[in-house]
Design a binder for this molecule. Sequence first.
Ligand code: NAP
Ligand code: ZN
Ligand code: ZN
Length: 347
Amino acid sequence: MIETKAYAAQDEHTDLAPWAFERREVGPNDVQFDILFCGVCHSDLHQIKNDWFPGVFPMVPGHEIVGRVVKVGSEVTKFKEGDLAGTGCLVDSCRVCENCQQSLEQYCLNGSSPTYNGYEQDHKTPTYGGYSNTIVVHQDFVLHIHEKLDLAAVAPLLCAGITTYSPLRHWNIGKGHKLAVLGLGGLGHMAVKFGVAFGADVTVLSTSPKKEEDARKLGAHHFVVTTDAAQLEQAKGSFDYILDTVSAEHDFNMYLSLLRTNGVHICVGVPPTPAQIAAFSVIVGRKSLAGSSIGGLKETQEMLDFCAEHNIVADIEKIDMKDIQIAYDRMQKGDVRYRFVIDMATL
Ligand code: NAP
Ligand code: ZN
Ligand code: ZN
């Protein structure tokens, strides 16, 4: 077994603290890589707080993981020692269901294995995430990372990147579309970058007036402060798509009113509480309320390749492992520009 150092939450009431555990030995199809950087996703905070469902504790969060390969199994063909490698939100899936067959592993009908807060495919071995010094993953769930980009800033692509890239691709959002990105945080700022790269007319809908300058630097064409009634009134009926990245309770009916006829409101943010939606909000104007979860392995690699080609990375603030609680507090207050990334050398 491989001795592993980590930060873990022992239950939903305690802060993260140093913890040690063992990862499995490198099997024939496994890749072991030492973790250099791990992004901090709002989902990490939701999950250690049991916002969505009772978690699997002790919990080692982290699913935006990049590092360098230190060992590969005898059957591994995709990686060799010294290569850069990455792992996102999934470490395995059943591989045989119709969704897995189409590389939609995130929608595995038999339950995919999340990188943490879940189980391997034996449904009994807990998985532990990237707030740790090393990880062992089946080669099919390890991504190739290009050497040319800033590695720390690549880490958030593994969740924030693919979660916004995938719906934009699925709905073919680009030239001729008016796209609103709701919430300018980790996911939101990547959505702006991709929306602009795909040629859409991008508006940021934000509760934070002070983010306007950043939004424009990210490439957004317009900025609407959602707490300003006059600005909201003007935005009514104007968007083809809203990509909703908000992590907390918000009024879906109000945001649906900003869509044009046939517009689509795509949820990627996962507030802890269910929303109240009036049927009239979608009936009038034949609107759709949709959702999207991360992305499959094939699409994640495609997104990483696209980012390397177009020089797209996240805007990050590097932190030491010991400061994770401060980062969570700031994230809770919407004070992130725009993703915290843990430098794992500080573990
Ligand atoms: P984040 O960095 O904290 O960004 C969330 C943003 O939402 C904030 O910066 C803020 O933007 C806005 N916001 C927060 N509270 C709000 C409120 N009460 N009303 C309106 N806007 C509010 O979080 P993140 O890491 O981007 O994650 C966002 C959400 O996506 C989380 O719920 C996370 O769990 C979820 N997620 C889902 C998937 C998926 O596969 N579907 C994958 C990853 C993450 P402004 O300051 O601009 O208003
Ligand atoms: Zn995430
Ligand atoms: Zn499956």
